[in-house]
Design a binder for this molecule. Structure first.
Ligand SMILES: *Cc1c(COP(=O)(O)O)cnc(C)c1O
Length: 414
C-alpha cells in the first residue's frame, strides 16, 4: 500500500494489486499535467468555449431584503453545460485521458447526472464510453439514460446485489481491471482511491479561484461565510479551496439530513454522529456503516447527496475544524428551493438547495455589512419529477397520466 494521498489518517489507495500500475500511471499523468501551465490553460479555454466559464456571481436581492442580515451571493455553477459543476471534473479528466493516449472511458452513476456528463465528454473527445448503472437506477432514471444513449454511450444495467450505485461501482472496477490499457475510469466526485480525491478537487478548484476574485471585485471584501452542499464533496472542495488560506472566511458544508437526526434515514456523515471511520471502495473515510462494517441504507430527497462515504479531504477538514458541517432535512430543502424559485427566479438543484437552506437559516443573524456566498452547484430541471411530487402538483400528475394513456393507445393501435 502506498503512503501518498493521505490527509491525516484519511484517504489512501486500497486497490487490488493488478490496478497498482494503472493508478501509478494516472498519478504521474496528473502530476505532470499539474506542473504544466499549458494544461490548465487548455482546460480553462475548453471550459470557457464549451461550458459557461467563468460562471457569474448573482446577488439574491429579494431574499437578502426579505431575510434581513447578510447580503447573499450565489456562484452560478448551474450555468455549466449539462447543468452542474460535474462538467468541470469530466472535461478535465477528458483532457487527461487524451494526454495518456487512452481511447475509452467508463464511469459509474447513480442518478445518472455523472453518466450524462461523462457521455457528453466522450462524444466531444471521440472516446468510446460505457456507463455502469444499477438496474434499479436504470429503470428510475430513463431521461438521463436516454441522453447517455443518444450520445453514443453503452449503458450497462447491473443486476447484482441491491442493483444501485455500489453494485455499479464494483462492476466498473471489474471492467477497468480487464481493460486498463486503453481505458480511463472517470470517477465522479472527490472520493475513491488516491489520486482521485485530490485530482477531482483540483479540477473543481476553478470554482473557488473564480469566486474569490469575483467577490473581491464585486464587494471589495471576502465573504464572511461560504456554503456548499456535500455529497461526495467535489463542489464543496472546489469552492472552499479558493478560501482555504483566508482564515477569516468560515466554510460550511451542508449534508443531506433526509428525514432528520435520529431517523436513520439520511446521508449526514459528518454533521450527525452516526458515521464511523472505515475502509471501503478503495479509501479510508467516515462511512455510514453498522458495527460489522456493512454499509447502511442512506436516504435523501436529492440523489446526488445520497451516498455512504465522503471525501477523505473533507473528513480531515472536519477533524481540524476548518470546515463546519451542518445538515438540512428534505422538508427544509424543498422549502428553500421553492422560496428561491418564487423570489429570485433561480431554480437550484435539490442538492444545491441544501446549502441554500442552511444559508437562509444563518443569514438573518448576521450583520447587513456581511456578505455570504452559496455554491449553486446545479439546476433543478432534472428534479422536476421529485419536486412536482413533493409539492403535490395535481396538474403534473394529470400530465403524466395523459402521456401514459397516449402511449397505451398508440401501442394498442399499432
Ligand atoms: C452530483 C451533484 C452534487 C453532489 O456531488 P459533490 O461531489 O458532493 O459535489 C451536488 N450538486 C449537484 C447539482 C450535483 O449534480
Amino acid at each position: 500500500m502506498r503512503n501518498s494521498g493521505y490527509y491525516s489518517q484519511f484517504g489512501g489507495a486500497f486497490i487490488p494489486e493488478i490496478l497498482v500500475s494503472t493508478f501509478d500511471e494516472l498519478e504521474s499523468a496528473y502530476l505532470e499535467a499539474r506542473d504544466d501551465p499549458s494544461f490548465w490553460q487548455e482546460y480553462v479555454e475548453l471550459m470557457s468555449t464549451y461550458s459557461c466559464r467563468a460562471t457569474p456571481i448573482t446577488r439574491l436581492d429579494n431574499l437578502s431584503d426579505e431575510l434581513g442580515g447578510a447580503n447573499i451571493y450565489v456562484k452560478r455553477e448551474d450555468l455549466n453545460h449539462t447543468g452542474a459543476h460535474k462538467a468541470n471534473n469530466v472535461m478535465g479528466q477528458g483532457l487527461l485521458t487524451r494526454r495518456m493516449g487512452k481511447k475509452r472511458v467508463i464511469a459509474e452513476t447513480g442518478a445518472g447526472q455523472h453518466g450524462v456528463a461523462t457521455a457528453t465528454m466522450a462524444a466531444k473527445f471521440g472516446f468510446d464510453c460505457t456507463i455502469y448503472m444499477g438496474a434499479h437506477d436504470v429503470a428510475r432514471q430513463r431521461p438521463n439514460v436516454f441522453w447517455m444513449e443518444q450520445m453514443g454511450a453503452t449503458v450497462v444495467a447491473v443486476s447484482d446485489g441491491s442493483q444501485t450505485l455500489k453494485d455499479a461501482i464494483n462492476e466498473a472496477f471489474r471492467d477497468w481491471v480487464t481493460n486498463m490499457d486503453d481505458t480511463h475510469y472517470v470517477l465522479g466526485t472527490a472520493c475513491g482511491p488516491h489520486p482521485f480525491p485530490e485530482m477531482v478537487s483540483w479540477f473543481q478548484s476553478i470554482i473557488g479561484t473564480e469566486a474569490r476574485e469575483q467577490m473581491l471585485e464585486r464587494t471589495g471584501v471576502l465573504p464572511k461565510r461560504v456554503y456548499a452542499c456535500v455529497g461526495g464533496g467535489s463542489n464543496a472542495m472546489g469552492l472552499f479551496s479558493g478560501f482555504f488560506d483566508d482564515d477569516a472566511v468560515e466554510l460550511i458544508g451542508v449534508e443531506a439530513g433526509g428525514r432528520g437526526k435520529g431517523s436513520g434515514q439520511h446521508a449526514a456523515r459528518l454533521a450527525y454522529d452516526d458515521a464511523t471511520i472505515g475502509v471501503a471502495q478503495g479509501y479510508k473515510t467516515f462511512f455510514l456503516q453498522n458495527m460489522d462494517g456493512q454499509m447502511q441504507d442512506t436516504h435523501s430527497v436529492s440523489a446526488g447527496l445520497d451516498y455512504v462515504g465522503v471525501s477523505p479531504i473533507l473528513s480531515h477538514l472536519h477533524e481540524t475544524k476548518r470546515v463546519r458541517f451542518e445538515a438540512a432535512t428534505d422538508e427544509e430543502v424543498v422549502a428553500a428551493m421553492q422560496r428561491t424559485v418564487r423570489r429570485e427566479g433561480l431554480i437550484p438543484a435539490l442538492e444545491s438547495s441544501h446549502a441554500f437552506a442552511q444559508a437562509f437559516r444563518e443569514a438573518p443573524e448576521m450583520s447587513n455589512e456581511d456578505n455570504i456566498l452559496i455554491n449553486m452547484s446545479g439546476r433543478a430541471d432534472k428534479d422536476i419529477f421529485t419536486v412536482a411530487d413533493a409539492v403535490h402538483d395535481p396538474k403534473w400528475r394529470e400530465f403524466i397520466i395523459d402521456k401514459a394513456a397516449a402511449y397505451r393507445r398508440e401501442m394498442s393501435n399499432g
